[in-house]
Design a binder for this molecule. Structure first.
Ligand code: SF4
Ligand code: SF4
Length: 501
């Protein structure tokens, strides 16, 4: 019998105009969450509002614009202390487990990007028109020499291996397993076309995607799924994943039902078994251990590839980053707490970590103070939403950024936060072959290319307004930033002056 105490009000209400509806059943066939059904006897389409996740697939597909999905107003009495906590408490009591969620932290913590304003040239230093003058966005990631020695017109200094990016934006680590085959295909094609990199994530690399050699960063995570000699050889760089912004301090879990034949081959694990990534690497319990792993990977790839270390932005991030630089990493990746995930416990996603803006500012400053900033490049991710976030990140000290959620939104994600269910109605975060076909790699890659090309144009436009013609001159140039609506302490941590000064 239904337990009335289990009642949780729906989050969305589907409104269908019965006069407009032509009973084509497209919405019924397309809804992967069973929120819509057709009643043959009454010749009507009905909804289960409780199942609706607000993905808006039905709204987009309806040929007669008969559907509107609205956010449901909570029907409980408003309570400043308890509203927003009642359903989550009830779910724990009902199911006896901690809720798993996906995408990034959606709580209203401050977004520091929106409290930073950029500078522009006026009279005393001329601005530059990017349509008439050359503008340089090319970025090299990897260890830089302290000084260059040149003789007979040639460079004598032996340079460490570098990644070469045409635009300082890369596609963040998102594994095949979390994402569908066609999405990975689209990311690879776009990275190749634009001259940047996509990151394999921790799920290994399907052999079909070896063709993207030259534009792939391969990840080595705690589960070591799919890590072998050929995999390392295909990567232009190797990224050791210690942590992830959306779930610092914990490992990962790909449920067995997502481990299909091809995923099992790619990950080198039995089909249908859960892919568990432990919280720590079982051979890394100190900076010295990390150094051994970094050099083991350098040795395995004949010192031809930069090795990156990715950590979640946490409270003592600056000291950890300093240790990573001294351990021999060529690139440090900082992932902020707004970063996305295919699945994470809600309590961790919503309460652990640091805003990436603050983490970036303190890491860049610390490495400069210690005189080791040139030993590593800094790449940030976790909440980069637009080209101006990229410009502000570079002015704060980043060499480049990773985008994950923004890339998925570009190919159709509506942020319904259901990736962990594997039933993504847009075919993005699913291994269901039927759903996966909803992403056409030709169209998806074109959209990703458009996104990066438009961002590149916007970045050049903004640099031109500042009178800067090379991204190198913007890097760590915090004088081009001013803070608004920030406390003195926040301004101090960010290392920027208040607007007006
Ligand atoms: S897609 Fe639109 S027209 Fe077709 S059944 Fe659904 S509501 Fe009716
Ligand atoms: S990837 Fe799919 S399931 Fe995940 S948030 Fe986007 S639309 Fe929703």
């Amino acid at each position: 019998m239904k337990n009335l105490k289990d009642y949780v009000p729906p989050s969305f209400v589907v409104e269908r105009d019965d006069y407009r509806c032509i009973r084509c059943k497209a919405c019924v066939e397309q809804c992967s969450f069973d929120a819509t059904f057709y009643d043959e006897e009454e010749d009507r389409v009905w909804n289960w509002n409780a199942n609706c996740v607000g993905c808006n697939r039905c709204v987009a597909i309806c040929p007669t614009e008969a559907i509107v999905v609205r956010r449901a107003e909570p029907s409980y009495r408003y309570n400043h202390n308890w509203s927003g906590h009642i359903d989550s408490l009830k779910k724990r009591a009902m199911f006896g487990g901690t809720p798993v969620v996906s995408m990034g932290n959606d709580k209203p913590y401050p977004i520091y990007w929106d409290h930073l304003l950029l500078n522009a040239s006026q009279v005393t230093n001329p601005s530059i028109d990017p349509l008439r003058e050359p503008m340089e966005l090319k970025t090299f990631l990897g260890r830089k020499p302290q000084a260059l020695s040149v003789s007979d017109g040639g460079l004598k200094t032996r340079l460490a291996p570098q990644l070469e990016l045409e635009v300082p934006v890369m596609f963040a680590a998102m594994s095949y397993g979390a994402l569908s085959y066609n999405v990975i295909e689209a990311l690879g094609r776009a990275a190749k076309e634009v001259g940047t990199y996509y990151n394999s994530g921790e799920g290994g690399l399907n052999k079909d995607h070896y063709k993207f050699k030259g534009n792939i960063i391969v990840q080595v995570a705690s589960g070591r799924f799919g890590v072998h000699k050929d995999y390392l050889d295909v990567g232009s760089a190797i990224e050791i994943k210690i942590g992830q912004g959306a779930k610092p301090g914990i490992g990962g879990h790909l449920p067995g039902e997502k481990v299909s034949e091809t995923i099992s081959e790619t990950r080198m694990m039995p089909k249908g078994s859960d892919a568990i990534s432990p919280a720590p690497h079982h051979d890394v319990y100190s900076i010295e251990d990390l150094r051994q792993l970094i050099y083991a990977l350098k040795e395995a790839t004949e010192y031809k590839k930069p090795v990156a270390v990715k950590i979640a932005a946490v409270h003592n991030v600056a000291a950890i980053a300093s240790g990573i630089a001294r351990a021999g990493a060529d690139i440090i990746v900082l992932d902020g707490f707004k970063g996305g995930t295919g699945a994470a416990p809600q309590v961790i996603r919503d309460n652990v970590g640091l805003p990436i803006e603050l983490a970036l500012a303190v890491v860049d400053e610390r490495l400069r103070q210690e005189g080791i900033r040139q030993d590593v490049s800094i790449v940030i991710g976790g909440g980069v939403r637009n080209s101006m976030d990229v410009v502000k990140a570079i002015a704060l000290g980043a060499d480049a950024v990773y985008i994950g959620t923004a890339a998925l939104v570009a190919i159709g994600c509506t942020m319904c936060q259901q990736c962990h269910t594997g039933r993504c109605a847009w075919g993005i975060s699913t291994q269901d072959p039927h759903l996966g076909k909803r992403v056409n790699p030709d169209i998806a890659s074109k959209r990703l290319i458009n996104l990066l090309e438009v961002w590149a144009l916007e970045i050049k436009e903004t640099m031109g307004a500042m009178g800067i013609n090379s991204i190198e001159s913007l890097r760590g140039n915090r004088l081009n930033l001013r803070g608004v609506g920030l406390t003195e302490k926040e301004l101090e941590i960010l290392g920027v002056l208040p607007a007006g000064e």
